[in-house]
Write a protein that binds this ligand. Structure first.
Ligand SMILES: [Fe+2]
Ligand SMILES: [Fe+2]
Length: 250
């Protein structure tokens, strides 16, 4: 396996590893994002077993010991499995996550104390970069789920939202909603709940110019329209499930 590096927005790098054995024949990508600044931030640590790949890739951009912030969308192996390896490699780094995630997981799991991010709180990375944490409980899954929005570049670090199969280009202006609908049909990875559509529609209000997908290419274009279309699809799924449940109960 190899980890490819692409700059998907000014000072934001995608470290992408393609695994052909997951969901063959399309395969599946795992992407980490490095946001440069005086205090460089990583979004997703990657799987513990991919640590060496990701560390060596990141080292082609900055010395790993310069990392200041370790962040991710929700507590799961691909999102944060290598956290303690990164904390060992980067003595200045601090994990940062929402209050729920710190309470239920990081206070025990992380080898160093975490910074608790409240909904809407920002971290100023210096060099004009600021990331805002937005709480999205159970969207697409995980009680502690949240996303980060980098304000200077208008980049939404989406985590598992818009997950798709395959190894498309690093950057696309094409459709990211259709492939996400396909992947949801295959994996059924989301916690279908009435709040999911509104939570995604709330992200559309940011009008992001780039959507950085954890599993898929980064999208450049009308992020608000893509988010609204994704929210509509989840509304459709949730109401379909509710109708099926009511029909069964009647
Ligand atoms: Fe996940
Ligand atoms: Fe993921």
């Amino acid at each position: 396996m190899e980890t490819k590096i692409s700059e998907i927005a000014d000072g934001i790098y995608r470290l992408s590893t393609y695994v052909p054995d997951i969901a063959p024949p399309a395969g599946f990508t795992f992407n980490q994002f490095l946001v440069l600044g005086d205090e460089p931030l990583m979004f997703h640590t990657g799987l513990r077993k991919m640590f060496a790949l990701n560390r060596d890739a990141l080292a082609r951009i900055i010395p790993p010991e310069r990392l200041r912030w370790i962040t991710f969308g929700h507590f799961e192996a691909d999102e944060c499995g290598a956290m303690n390896e990164w904390l060992a490699a980067a003595p200045q780094a601090t994990p940062a996550h929402g209050a729920t995630g710190c309470m239920v997981s990081l206070n025990d799991f992380a080898d160093r104390p975490s910074r608790v991010l409240n909904d809407g709180e920002t971290i100023d990375l210096g060099g004009g970069k600021r990331v805002r944490f937005i709480d999205t409980p159970h969207t697409p899954h995980g009680w502690d789920a949240g996303v980060l929005y980098e304000e200077q570049t208008g980049t939404l670090l989406c985590g598992d939202l818009f997950t798709q199969l395959g190894d498309d280009r690093a950057l696309t202006e094409g459709d990211v909603v259709g492939p996400a609908i396909v992947a949801e049909d295959v994996f059924k990875y989301s916690s279908l709940a009435p709040g999911m559509g509104p939570a995604i529609r709330n992200l559309a209000r940011l009008a992001p110019r780039t959507l950085a997908l954890m599993h898929g290419p980064s999208f450049v274009g009308d992020g608000a329209a893509a988010l609204r279309a994704l929210a509509d699809d989840y509304d459709r799924r949730v109401s379909g499930e509710a109708r099926a449940f009511l029909a069964q109960a009647a």
